[in-house]
Design a protein around this ligand. Structure first.
Ligand code: CTP
Ligand code: MG
Length: 236
């Protein structure tokens, strides 16, 4: 923080340590290219393009820290005020990878965003909305979109347990933003979850949903990859 920037520092943990089993590309998903640029590079570039961001920690598979990802900081040199890029090794589950990233985050980052590298087309506006809500006083903020299908919760046998009112259902994306204190508290439980907000919810932290963006889609399957390529072609 400097005199010119009285706002607390914002750190982004970009989790890119998954294997990408559903994509099945033969290399970890984050190291697959979309439109000629690796998913991890796009994701880091997207985070660095956000004005408020002061540090980016990229979490990659252990075997990629020195080799494939070793050049990440060099690929993203920052002119002017330093937005630092740090590369660390992830863990077996997404939650483990988030924790590894958090451990490498500067103490000066009072606000932390956790972002899936696989959502590498996320526009800066989504980051801005999340950061603005945390700055306005929310401890936990996630981007989400209304759903078009009716959602049902089923049991292990596939029998429907309940149907939430569709108008109240949101499909949740990343970046998910937290005060550092709230995120540390959420992760202190040692539980695993598919997103960080679930850990916050489990310890009673209120989570606000702000508007997400269709471009923040998570590239998961080969069809998603093809769709993302088409989106980029359309944008050119
Ligand atoms: N992730 C991670 N560490 C893990 C698992 C996932 O950093 N142990 C990251 C992925 O790299 C991705 C994000 O979490 O950016 C969301 O996970 P997902 O889309 O499930 O990616 P993968 O786990 O790689 O894919 P799959 O589940 O198909 O293997
Ligand atoms: Mg996964």
């Amino acid at each position: 923080m400097t005199d010119a920037d009285p706002e607390p520092g914002v750190g982004v943990v970009v989790v890119a340590a998954g294997s990408g089993s559903r994509l099945g590309a033969g290399v970890p998903k984050a190291f697959v290219a979309i439109g000629g640029e690796r998913i991890v590079d796009r994701a880091v570039r997207g985070a660095l393009a956000v004005r408020a961001v002061s540090q980016v920690v990229v979490v990659v598979p252990a075997a990629y820290v020195q080799g494939e990802a070793g050049d990440l900081a060099a690929v993203h040199p920052e002119p002017g005020p330093v937005a630092r890029v740090t590369v660390v090794a992830g863990g077996a589950e997404r939650t483990d990878s988030v924790r590894a990233g958090l451990a490498a985050l500067d103490a000066a980052c009072a606000i932390v965003l956790v972002h899936d590298a696989a959502r590498c087309l996320t526009p800066a506006g989504v980051y801005d909305r999340v950061i603005a809500a945390v700055r306005a006083g929310d401890e936990a903020v996630v981007p989400g979109l209304p759903v078009v299908d009716t959602m049902k919760v089923v049991d292990a046998d596939g029998l429907v347990l309940l149907t939430p009112e569709r108008a109240r259902v949101r499909a949740i994306q990343t970046p998910q933003g937290f005060t550092r204190a709230a995120l540390d508290r959420a992760h202190a439980s040692g539980q695993l979850a598919t997103d960080d907000a679930a850990l916050a919810e489990a310890c009673g932290i209120p989570v606000r949903v702000v508007l997400g963006d269709p471009l923040a889609l998570k590239v998961t399957t080969p069809e998603d990859l093809a769709y993302a390529e088409r989106l980029l072609e359309g944008a050119r």
